[in-house]
Design a protein around this ligand. Structure first.
Ligand SMILES: Nc1ncnc2c1ncn2[C@@H]1O[C@H](COP(=O)(O)OP(=O)(O)OP(=O)(O)O)[C@@H](O)[C@H]1O
Ligand SMILES: [Mg+2]
Length: 367
């Protein structure tokens, strides 16, 4: 739980983080152009370029037996490379709305950013109109597979494991926000983007909509609103002003899901319980009521501190989140975090169009 507390301390300016700074790769990019269409940035020398044939072979021609899941980008298959390494191969669905821009943004981001709590991009394929991403294979799948709709004969995630996951993803976020030369805002923090390795080691995945944060005097980046409904900070949805605090909000929501075992939007529940955050907010006001938030599968845990962290991440007033930026500055000044970072530029191609999405309780992507 150390990092949850450490990151929370950052948020509330309660003390120094004890975490060892992790460096950002990126200054050593080799300048290879990854785009055949000319729209892409440069790639890190760490991401391997695959041919489509190699990836078809690795997945036995994208056989349905090897399908791991499907998201907005397309289908994800388990594969095995010629050297024996197991991988997850994400194949862009050509009817996908996400497309090229997110593909190249993801390759760029994951080539620059390296941390034990971020997924490793092994390589990619950009051959003719094929777009494929190749990641390290995470054997336990994504967090939502473990948190929701768990079969009755399967034990629920225990409290210690839930906190281990929260701790790990907090470290990943802290790295993005604090250690990178320019803060990186993840923008799509949610259980399906938290992948789990052996021993429930969590990594953040899906960097297609991640964005470099504000620099200089500016305290936000203006963007069109993207993310997933339920996890997007209300301020961002209303104004399009993006800051690292938007990820902090998403972190608070996921923490609440870990505590309660409940989906952020659950249409199967009664109207007053459909929206997890709206349901929890009156309970946040009274610590004597906190027990109502706890997953009924996990009775008896003392959760006051964790609820308090979730509440402060989600709450908008008096949360002390403005101190995050100050903390970031002091950490960069005091540590080697920023010393070997090389890049400070925009994710390419995102039109800076500010729009206000229809706010509906759909749990859908805002894209
Ligand atoms: N590296 C990986 N290792 C193992 N399984 C993976 C990996 N990447 C993705 N998956 C599986 O594929 C599923 C789909 O992932 P994907 O990121 O495409 O969609 P999503 O996160 O569910 O939705 P969205 O498009 O909104 O992000 C995941 O839920 C997970 O089960
Ligand atoms: Mg995902």
């Amino acid at each position: 739980m150390g990092c949850v507390l450490s990151y929370a301390k950052e948020l509330f300016n309660m003390g120094e983080s004890g975490d060892t700074p992790v460096t950002v790769a990126g200054s050593n990019t080799d300048g290879r152009t990854i785009s055949e269409t000319g729209s892409g940035p440069t790639a890190s020398k760490t991401a391997k370029v695959f041919t489509f044939r190699e990836l078809a072979t690795a997945t036995k021609d994208f056989r349905s037996k090897f399908l791991l899941g499907q998201g907005g980008f397309g289908r994800v298959y388990k594969g095995q490379l010629r050297n024996g390494q197991e991988v997850a191969v994400k194949l862009l669905d050509r009817s996908s709305q996400q497309g090229d821009q997110e593909f190249f943004a993801e390759v760029e981001m994951l080539s620059l950013l390296h941390h034990p709590n971020l997924v490793t991009l092994i390589g990619y394929c950009s051959e003719r109109d094929q777009r494929v991403l190749v990641y390290e294979y995470m054997p336990l799948g994504s967090l939502d597979d473990h948190l929701y709709d768990v079969p009755v004969d399967k034990a629920p995630l225990d409290w210690k494991t839930r906190m281990k996951i929260a701790n790990g993803v907090a470290k990943g976020l802290e790295y993005l926000h604090v250690c990178a030369d320019q803060p990186v805002i993840f923008r799509d923090f949610k259980p399906s983007n938290i992948l789990l390795g052996e021993g429930y080691h969590p990594v953040l995945s899906d960097f297609g909509v991640a964005k470099f944060g504000p620099v200089g005097d500016s305290n936000h980046v203006s963007t069109r609103v993207v993310g997933t409904y339920g996890y997007c900070a209300p301020e961002y949805m209303l104004t399009g002003h993006l800051t690292p605090k938007c990820d902090v909000y998403g972190f608070g929501v996921v923490l609440l899901e870990l505590i309660s075992g409940r989906k952020v939007i659950d249409k199967t529940r009664s109207p007053d319980m459909r929206n997890l955050v709206m349901w929890a907010q009156p309970i946040f006001k009274d610590p004597n009521q906190f027990y109502r938030l706890v997953d009924p599968l996990l009775p008896g845990w003392s959760i006051i501190l964790i609820v308090a962290i979730s509440m402060c991440c989600i709450g908008r007033k008096g949360s002390g989140l403005d101190k995050l930026e100050k903390k970031r500055e002091s950490k960069r000044g005091n540590s080697g975090c920023a010393a070997d970072t090389g890049r400070a530029r925009e994710t390419p191609g995102n039109p800076e169009v500010k729009t206000q999405p229809a706010v509906e309780e759909r749990g859908e992507k805002l894209k």
